[in-house]
Design a protein around this ligand. Structure first.
Ligand SMILES: Nc1ncnc2c1ncn2[C@@H]1O[C@H](COP(=O)(O)OP(=O)(O)OP(=O)(O)O)[C@@H](O)[C@H]1O
Length: 337
């Protein structure tokens, strides 16, 4: 549906050139919720803005449904924007227009008759759960409600693609979840392709079907969301998805023996491994903390345990555990054993 071929965006700064997007090639399938993650200045916004013609690439080509949009003139770009809606971090609503008028305005731009506009505004408000807010002004809405209006407005021209630029970054955790749910719902109901850029990895986990990691203008890794979190390859990706269960210092200090972090993936269960280790080796394995997360309906578990015993037995038990699960990290090594 969207295909990037060697896309480069170079900004001319006073003394030098800044390569914001560097030779990027990738493909987004119809109906995907495609996430682009990365640190500040990685080039995410610039990349996503090339999809609706807000930013022209310096070189390379972008195809949407087979059409090379980099060759488009102004009139074709205007047509393209009907196909590609966008929502923003700070909502960008018109404050002197009511919620209904904000949405209607987007319909007017696309030459839709007044009668049709009125019907459509109500439909869109219903879609985002704001039926009762048609006549209020944006100032009286919460952040989450403002973003719902942003979504309704972006969907007014029935686009095939929705671009989301840090669309949840100004919202609290609960409101972020609400917006994530709405976007997932819209993706399922309307089959719309979503391209979402964010630095919020929690959003990535819950919403995306596929993730591209950007660093210094390049896509350094791309995979299904589960694989990005379960098996990150690039050091930068590992840093982004790092699973930081922290054991309080006091507990770490008081705990006798080594402290290990056990990370296991897929459908396997950890309990039999713990039980077998305690039975088979002369060690005491104690659970200090545990968490299991589901990404794309597949589990990633993290368990923090202490292990006590004679060094030789601990080593044997460790060899067994290492062979049984994906990753074992030693958090604290016992000085006493
Ligand atoms: N219009 C512009 N003129 C000059 N430089 C720009 C322009 N827009 C972006 N840049 C630069 O391009 C680089 C990439 O910026 P971009 O906003 O795409 O990154 P980002 O990953 O979206 O970062 P953030 O998460 O902080 O928004 C940055 O170094 C930025 O300063």
């Amino acid at each position: 549906m969207i295909r990037f071929e060697n896309v480069k965006v170079i900004f001319q700064q006073k003394q030098q050139e800044l390569v914001a997007v560097n030779n990027v090639s990738f493909h987004i399938k119809q109906g995907e919720i495609y996430g682009i993650v990365g640190g500040s200045g990685a080039g995410k916004s610039t990349l996503v803005r090339t999809i609706n013609g807000l930013q022209k690439p310096t070189s390379g080509r972008i195809f949407i449904e087979g059409e090379d949009i980099t060759a488009f003139g102004r009139k074709e770009i205007r047509e393209l924007r009907k196909k590609v809606g966008m929502i923003f971090q700070h909502f960008n609503l018109i404050s002197r227009k009511t919620v209904g008028q904000n949405i209607e305005f987007a319909l007017k731009v696309h030459n839709i008759s007044k009668k049709e506009r009125q019907i459509k505004v109500k439909e869109l408000l219903e879609l985002v759960g704001l039926e009762d807010k048609e006549h209020v002004y944006p100032a009286s809405l919460s952040g989450g409600q403002k973003q719902r209006v942003g979504i309704a407005r972006a969907l007014a021209a029935e686009p095939k693609i929705l671009l989301c630029d840090e669309a949840t970054s100004a919202l609290d955790v609960q409101t972020t979840e609400e917006i994530v749910d709405i976007l997932r719902d819209i993706n399922t109901k309307l089959g719309i392709t979503i391209v979402f850029i964010t630095h919020q990895m929690e959003v990535a986990k819950k919403l995306f079907t596929k993730v591209a990691v950007m660093n210094k203008g390049e896509i350094i890794e791309e995979n299904s969301t589960y694989e990005i979190f379960a098996n990150p390859i690039h050091a930068h990706t590992k840093e982004l998805v790092k699973n930081d269960i922290v054991i309080p210092q006091e507990i770490a200090r008081k705990t006798r023996g080594d402290i290990l972090k056990l990370i296991y993936r897929g459908d396997k269960s950890i309990e039999p491994i713990i039980a077998y280790t305690n039975k088979k080796y002369d060690v005491i394995l104690n659970i200090l903390h545990g968490r299991i997360e589901y990404i794309q309906q597949k589990p990633i578990g993290t368990l923090v345990v202490s292990i006590e015993g004679k060094m030789i037995e601990v080593q044997r038990a460790l060899t067994y555990i290492r062979a049984s699960i994906e990753e074992v990290q030693v958090v604290k090594e016992s000085e006493a054993v």
